[in-house]
Design a binder for this molecule. Structure first.
Ligand code: IPM
Ligand code: MN
Length: 367
């Protein structure tokens, strides 16, 4: 491998700002390993709507199809909030991208450096060592995509809306496998989250997970938790989890809860892996920060670039098999924030905050 070829979809507001810095960091890291980046930039989200009339323009999809991975920024903001929900940048860009590339496995690390515990709303004496967990969310099934999905008017004039939660064993097994592989590289503990006391899909989920682990991963420690309890346990003692995995909507909610518990959204990266392999034989994936477009600080040069940079590291690991390179970037980010104590405003806590570019410069210095 000599080229790292990926699509760059910066998106809106702070998206392009942090993307610029992430690309600088990736360029330096790749260069040191004798690799070159080959990137194609395309509009997505609000930029897609403004320039092409669609949050996910066909031309952008083509750029993604020709690439080995997608590095995604953030989309959406006040400018497009009056559009119908279906056309709004977040939903109209992310959901079709997930479907188009079968991005079924969403990996969201919940990482809080011990030095940043002040960023967490939890009592910091409860998490003295920081937080290190992973939430794995099924991303292309369940109630998000199940049919029928409709809004109709009944005979009595009332409106009725229907969403359908559907899962098949193969969909459950493939996300269980991602959870298992992730746990093997970590603490070896997997907690499957469901609502098997109420939902048919969850009864199938739990049975399938139990059978799958018994057959394929008997060495891992598997547990099960109802989603309402999982929400409480996450707030009570996040480090009781190693890897937790769950269906689409539960994962949407729990991963946001995990993000807030881990402090700043500016530090949270994520990966969405597809069923297809790219030209290197690794999973095609989309990699994005969890934080969103932060319109209030856009254009000010103060956004935290770490989440975007760490998402780039995840891309190198999962879609290009560059484990060492990914780790070097992660280590450089950690050192910059912890030992060097450089902080953007979101994680400053009384320190003088540095800007987006200065943060990236320091990370590059640590590479
Ligand atoms: C996420 C987002 C999306 C989701 C929205 C924007 C469609 O909340 O990636 O978690 O619900 O999946
Ligand atoms: Mn969400």
């Amino acid at each position: 491998m000599s080229k790292i070829k990926f699509a760059v979809l910066p998106g809106d507001y702070i998206g392009p700002e942090v993307m610029t810095e992430a690309l600088r960091v990736l360029n330096v890291a790749a260069g040191k390993a004798g690799l070159t980046l080959e990137t194609t930039v395309a509009d997505v989200g609000g930029a897609g709507i403004d320039n092409h009339g669609k949050a996910l323009p066909d031309s952008t999809l083509d750029v993604c199809r020709a690439a080995d991975a997608i590095l995604f920024g953030s989309v959406g903001g006040p400018k497009w909030e009056s559009l119908p929900p279906k056309e709004q940048p977040e939903r109209a860009a992310l959901l079709p991208l997930r479907k188009a590339f079968n991005l079924f496995a969403n990996i969201r690390p919940g990482l809080l450096y011990a030095e940043l515990t002040d960023a967490s709303p939890l009592k910091t004496n409860r998490i003295p060592e920081g937080i290190d967990i992973v939430c794995i969310r099924e991303l292309t099934g369940g109630i998000y995509f199940g049919q029928p999905k409709s809004t109709t008017t009944l005979d009595n004039g009332e409106q009725q809306a229907i969403d359908t939660m559907v899962y098949q064993t193969s969909e459950i097994e493939r996300i269980a496998e991602v959870a298992a592989v992730t746990a093997k590289a970590r603490g070896g503990r997997v907690c499957s989250v469901d609502k098997a006391n109420v939902l048919e899909t969850s009864v199938l989920w739990r049975k399938t997970v139990i059978d799958y682990f018994a057959k394929n991963h008997p060495d891992l420690e598997l547990s099960h938790m109802y989603v309402d309890n999982a929400a409480m346990q996450l707030a009570r003692d996040p480090n009781q989890f190693d890897v937790l995995f769950t269906e689409n909507m539960f994962g949407d909610i729990l991963s946001d809860e995990m993000a807030v518990i881990c402090g700043s959204l500016g530090m949270m990266s994520s990966a969405s892996l597809g069923t297809e392999k790219n030209s290197h034989g690794h999973p095609f994936g989309l990699f994005e920060p969890a934080g969103g477009t932060a319109p209030d600080i856009a254009g000010m040069g103060v956004a935290n670039p770490c989440a975007q940079i760490l998402s780039g590291a995840m891309m190198l690991r999962y879609s290009f098999g560059q484990l060492e390179l990914a780790e070097q970037i992660e280590t450089a980010v950690r050192k910059t924030v912890t030992e060097d104590g450089l902080r953007t405003g979101d994680i400053a806590f009384g320190r003088d905050p540095v800007g987006t570019t200065a943060m990236a410069d320091a990370i590059i210095g640590n590479l």
